[in-house]
Design a protein around this ligand. Structure first.
Ligand code: SAH
Ligand code: SF4
Length: 360
């Protein structure tokens, strides 16, 4: 395994920085537009392929900048065509992205909605008790180019266009704030990948100060909170981050975000048997959702190899949803696609790095 190169990646730069790098090499302004077109429109995989640049300049750029490549090690596809991609980065780190087609039940048979779930870090430092991503701790942040590159590679490998992007893969996006914002810049801008801000969702385990920072930036990207418990008691049991940012502080930050953005937040709520799935827990959830006018998305827990948590029965799930319904909370339950291919974040990578464990 080689060490991470110190060179900046060309895909992590914005147009002004690319222009400056080219100006420093005595190049005219239009060269920046050429490089950007090669990266995001033609989507080449090396500097050599930028054939309208002088040969010497291509060599010079290759010397000065890293060219991010995501090597696809495995693709797992499930019957409903959810596909999971395992990528190897130049330093040997493994990350994963999941491409999820529209649910016909929600969007109709003809929908061409395709959601890509991307990673923002290698591993995760937040150690939620139920999550595979945090089991091996935190290795490093992904660069902007490595984050946006997952979209480019998923489209290349699938031959399909991604219509929605969620930052719900491995890692805590808001703990990699600057790189996340630059990646969103690349993904959202017309010069980049051109995906609309309202089609981009950032998910966080509840970093209150960064939620406020997100509220203060201009893009209308959506925000989801991994709540999973609607009291400090329940949340604190499964999410260590709750000690640092208790529920009241998190809800304040959510209210601030909602008021600045004039958009509804989504509370993600994994249903885990015996932990947070009683009707009384649903009543607590309804109360906090009302406070910040949040929508609720319930997700039956995906079992993780080596962890003891279980998904509740469908009857218990239904009873939980009924409480939310009676309280008139806009709530959906995601009958998880792709749990047959270990689609919960961090699971495929663990199968790869821990071959002693049988694959799902
Ligand atoms: N760190 C961020 C984003 C990545 S996790 C966050 O926590 O929000 C994306 C979502 O997957 C979170 O809501 C997380 O709680 C959920 N998740 C993690 N492990 C899961 C599992 N085994 N089954 C179902 N959802 C899981
Ligand atoms: Fe990290 Fe999110 Fe998993 Fe918690 S749920 S360990 S914050 S990736």
């Amino acid at each position: 395994m080689s060490a991470t190169t110190e060179k900046p990646a060309i895909q992590s730069l914005d147009p002004a920085e690319i222009e400056a790098a080219l100006a420093a090499r005595g190049q005219p302004k239009y060269r920046a537009a050429q490089v950007i077109r090669w990266l995001y429109e033609k989507r080449v995989t090396s500097f050599e392929q930028m054939t309208d640049l002088p040969v010497a300049l291509r060599a010079d750029l290759a010397e000065a900048f890293e060219f991010v490549r995501l090597e696809n090690l495995r693709v797992l596809g499930s019957e409903d065509t959810t596909r999971k991609y395992l990528f190897k980065l130049p330093d040997g780190a493994l990350i994963e992205s999941v491409l999820i087609p529209a649910s016909p039940a929600l969007y109709g048979e003809a929908s061409d909605r395709r959601t890509l779930c991307v990673s923002t870090q290698v591993g995760c430092a937040y150690g939620c008790k139920f999550c595979a991503s945090g089991l091996d701790g935190f290795s490093r942040n992904l660069s902007p180019g490595e984050i946006a590159g997952q979209l480019i590679e998923a489209e290349r490998l699938s031959g399909e266009r991604v219509s929605n992007l969620v930052f719900m893969g491995m890692g805590e996006p808001l703990a990699n704030f600057a790189n996340l914002m630059r990646a969103i810049d690349i993904i959202n801008s017309p010069w980049g990948l051109g995906l609309g801000a309202r089609h981009i969702t950032v998910s966080t385990s509840g970093l209150a100060p960064q939620i406020r920072q997100l509220a203060d930036q201009p893009r209308q990207i959506r925000l989801a909170i991994s709540l999973h418990g609607a009291t400090d008691e329940v949340r604190g049991q499964i999410m260590p981050v709750n000690r640092k940012f208790p529920l009241a502080e998190l809800l304040d930050a959510c209210a601030y975000h909602a008021s600045k953005k004039k958009q509804h937040i989504t509370f993600e709520y994994i249903l885990i048997e015996g932990i947070n799935d009683e009707p009384a827990h649903a009543a607590d959830l309804a109360r906090v959702a009302k406070l910040v006018r949040a929508k609720v998305n319930c997700i039956p827990y995906n079992a993780v190899e080596g962890l003891q948590w279980k998904r509740p029965s469908e009857a218990r799930q239904d009873a939980f949803m009924e409480v939310l319904e009676r309280a008139r909370i806009p709530a959906t339950i995601r009958r998880e696609k792709g749990h047959d291919i270990a689609a919960a974040c961090g699971q495929l990578r663990r199968q790869q790095t821990q071959p002693a464990q049988p694959a799902a």
